[in-house]
Design a protein around this ligand. Sequence first.
Ligand code: ZN
Length: 394
Amino acid sequence: MSEVSSVKKRIVGRNPASQAVSEIHYDAAVLAVDELIEAPDVAEYVSPGFIDLQVNGFAGVDYNDPGSSHEAIARSIRTIFETGVTRFFPTLITGSEERITGALRNLVAARKSFAAEGCSEAQAMAGIHVEGPHLSPEDGPRGAHPLEHVRPPDSEEFKRWQEAAEGEIRLVTVSPEWPETPAYVKTLVRAGVVASVGHTKANTDQIRAAVDAGATMSTHLGNAAHPLLHKTQNYIWDQLAEDRLIASFIVDGIHIPGGFLKTALRAKGVERAVLVTDAVMPAMCKPGRYTLGQVEVELRANGSVVIIETERLAGSALRMDRAIGNSVRLAGISLHQALTMATVNAARAGRLAGRQRGLSTGEKADLVRFRWDSDSSTLQVKETIVAGVSAYRA
Ligand SMILES: [Zn+2]
């Protein structure tokens, strides 16, 4: 008996793509997916693990804080596992170069310490997303990013970040409105980093120039915008119309209404859409006041996280299992379509290898076993498996 087959494990559940009850054999990778002809009555589904390309913090831990302890980061990741997410990009927002590189070094050191112990928490940190600081300085598009640290794109600064991150930066959000953006996007692409358009007031030509230079994503499309825009000529329409951009959406029922989501998914096609949480530190915590960096925020009972001084949204308290259920409810799409946005599409957008073909032989054994209540569009995670290892069990 080979070493591989001696550690082989098996899971049975309904495949959301085919509805067939499937038996999945796996070790660190999926070894076989067999549809059972004489299927037992199985209520649980099995899906590829959820992927979240934008997590600023979770369960009381802020990834932007260079002082967050490794133990606290590990604890937050174990809470992320409860939501079915198997891979995520810790996300850093606009700050001084010193703060950004400090947070990058801290995250990389944490990941290394988890890897040394052989923990699933290390594998879950699939790369780092830097959202900013080369964003629009304008109120509205800038969102909750601090104005004093917004600055034009600087390829040399990116190189210093990537050195501090030991190559772990995989995604950068930048506004195309800066003249420096096309050259900056080319630097990112040459470094194998995904360039995403976001927090922008760019015009049609500027967006096209960023895409021609290699940008392939839109960050949380529909948010970080002016409250009033020209009806037919604006940066949201331009990004919706650009087929070379895969758009991410925050589907917490607060950031964008169902009508926008439904319309955006029809314009983009579900295949060019990705769910992100954009969760911040108070996610999975009790309603109340929290400090995000130097900013006082409040987590309200309805799940919104707002800056107390401005009432502006500062990320979300969303969890990916809820984002999937919300998408089904708000956009009228199928469970399979919603899962696709949270799994294979996110893997494609974030260029994560071994996760772009769904439940297939040879893919990484990142799996979620869950129950689905179609009446309430509620997904209840039962088990989260990271590279063949059970990381959470309800
Ligand atoms: Zn943002």
